[in-house]
Design a protein around this ligand. Structure first.
Ligand code: HEM
Length: 487
């Protein structure tokens, strides 16, 4: 494994290793890997057919490694890493947030925040400065997920969100604890992480309790169908229970409930931000390398909406369903997620479950099972010329293309925020690509390809390889310069 690691730039996301190994040894469908004593024995799934068996046909439970990995940030009682019965309760409670009609109700929020982002890009274009695209994109995406979570503007883009500042410190220390072998550095990062996590938990806890008192005192039980916020959905059951049981108005929330709400709000703020931010960054990067695709995107935006941004915004506010007609934009995003998926969830096998491949049954008992979407996305038997950025493959895709596309995975544990994320990303592109050209800076193309599965490093150097953060993220924050387009 050490030899494989050396082929890549430092701290690469492990999905790249799995793809490299699958292709080098011609391992189709699945393979076993034993990394003892560094980690548990693993079953790596590299085809949609094998992934389908553990995610859709029989959704196996999440492996405890997932909650252990995230443990320093979020306790295990969260929607992403818990198992039944808690997972089912959280999943049902949060479902209205992700309903298509509710997402369309959030379009005006997305428009407002991405217009702010567009103004920021304008200022950066005028100054000509080099900036970390990831930071500005993260602030815009955080302002959106913040409003969906609290129904309140957090002003991260204006530099005013204490939550975002603290979450960033948390993430930086989390990454540092995972990256260093130096015991002193590890200890310092762990301590800083604990302190800032306590701060985040306390301030989220205060927000939960204050909102509960406000709703309780004004005798409001939020509706399930079209809730104001994710926080209100959490409080709804408690308020309803109080009302139905005729409990006194002074009843406060129990600490266990507050903790459950805090951990899940944190999970959604972190999970809903990094993933979408990384994908938007990759979309701009790919568009900067493929100007013909960027032009096709602009043509679609002018055709489906309007050449003028003001008019486009007006249409978006009155006809939010019109974004469903942005077929090419959606294809660009699907292709971006194919080349740069954010990572994978892990399951645990058992005595009763096997994975079938080419007529044979492979045991799964006690194994960590990893369906690696990255390996499926770079599989030449599914995608012709897989290293090539070609959104056309998702305009009227064939069955294999559709089935093999799994950046959000599939089945009951698939990403709950898939449609929300796609809507956000469509609007980000719709409101910015017409006005700006992006250019990556500090790019040092590699003279020889690092690994056979991609030649993109011949163009953008090591930036072509995603870095391991909480998920797979842009390397070095993706440094860019942006220019206004002549119209
Ligand atoms: C481009 C953006 C995103 C990508 C690529 C992505 C991808 C994923 C993946 C791969 C999983 C794990 C699936 C599995 O283990 O089988 C997941 C889970 C999840 N994601 Fe996302 N995600 C994105 C954005 C979002 C957003 C915006 C939200 C909303 C806040 C969100 C909420 C969740 C939740 C709640 C889960 C856990 C689902 C469950 O276990 O029931 N995601 N996501």
């Amino acid at each position: 494994m050490g030899d494989v690691v050396k082929l890549f730039p430092p701290n690469v996301h492990p999905q790249a290793y799995y793809t490299y190994i699958a292709q080098k040894y011609n391992l189709c469908g699945l393979y076993y890997m034993d990394l003892w004593p560094l980690g548990p024995a693993q079953l790596i799934l590299v085809s949609p057919e094998t992934a389908h068996q553990v995610t859709v046909l029989k959704s196996l439970p999440k492996h405890k490694m997932e909650s252990e990995f995230l443990g320093p940030l979020i306790k295990e009682n969260n929607i992403a890493t818990s198992n039944n019965p808690l997972w089912k309760h959280l999943h049902n409670m949060l479902a209205p947030t992700f309903a298509p009609a509710h997402i369309k109700n959030q379009v005006s929020v997305m428009v407002e925040e991405f217009l702010h982002f567009r103004d920021t890009l304008g200022r950066l274009a005028d100054s000509g400065e080099v900036f970390r695209l990831e930071d500005h994109t993260a602030a815009a995406v955080f302002d959106i997920i913040g409003r969906i979570t609290f129904n309140e503007r957090l002003h991260a883009q204006a530099g005013g969100s204490e939550y975002l500042r603290n979450l960033r410190v948390m993430m930086a220390n989390f990454i540092a604890t995972n990256q260093t072998w130096n015991p002193v550095k590890k200890f310092t990062a762990k301590r800083a992480l604990r302190n800032v996590r306590r701060k985040v938990d306390q301030s989220l806890g205060r927000t939960v309790k204050e909102r509960h008192r406000l709703l309780r005192d004004s005798k409001v039980v939020p509706t399930k169908k079209d809730p104001y916020s994710i926080l209100d959905l959490f409080l709804r059951d408690k308020l309803k229970e109080c009302q139905e049981k005729g409990l006194p108005d002074s009843v406060e929330l129990d600490p266990e409930f507050v903790d459950l709400a805090v951990q899940n709000l944190k999970a959604l703020l972190i999970g809903g931000q990094g993933t979408t931010t990384s994908t938007i960054c990759w979309a701009y990067m790919l568009l900067s390398c493929y100007p013909d695709v960027a032009q096709k995107l602009r043509d679609e935006h002018a055709r489906v909406f309007d050449p003028s941004t003001d008019r486009t915004v007006e249409i978006l506010r009155h006809e939010p369903y019109k974004t469903n007609k942005l077929e090419y934009t959606t294809a660009v995003l699907r292709e971006t997620l194919r080349l740069y998926p954010v990572g994978f969830g892990i399951r645990v096998g058992n005595e009763d479950s096997t994975v079938q491949w080419e007529g044979r049954h492979y045991p799964t008992a006690n194994l960590m099972i990893a369906p690696v979407q990255h390996s499926m996305h770079y599989d030449p038997t599914i995608y012709h010329n897989p290293a090539e950025f070609n959104p056309e493959r998702f305009v009227d895709p064939d069955h294999a293309t559709q089935f093999g596309w799994r950046p959000f995975e599939r089945g009951p544990r698939k990403c709950a925020g898939q449609e929300l994320a796609l809507e956000e990303m469509r609007i980000a592109l719709l409101l910015t690509v017409r006005d700006f050209d992006f250019e990556a800076v500090d790019v040092q193309p590699n003279s020889t390809q690092r690994v056979p599965f991609t030649d993109f490093d011949l163009k953008i150097g090591d930036m072509a390889f995603q870095e391991l953060g909480m998920d797979a993220k842009p390397r070095g924050g993706m440094k860019m310069r942006v220019r206004r387009r002549a119209r």
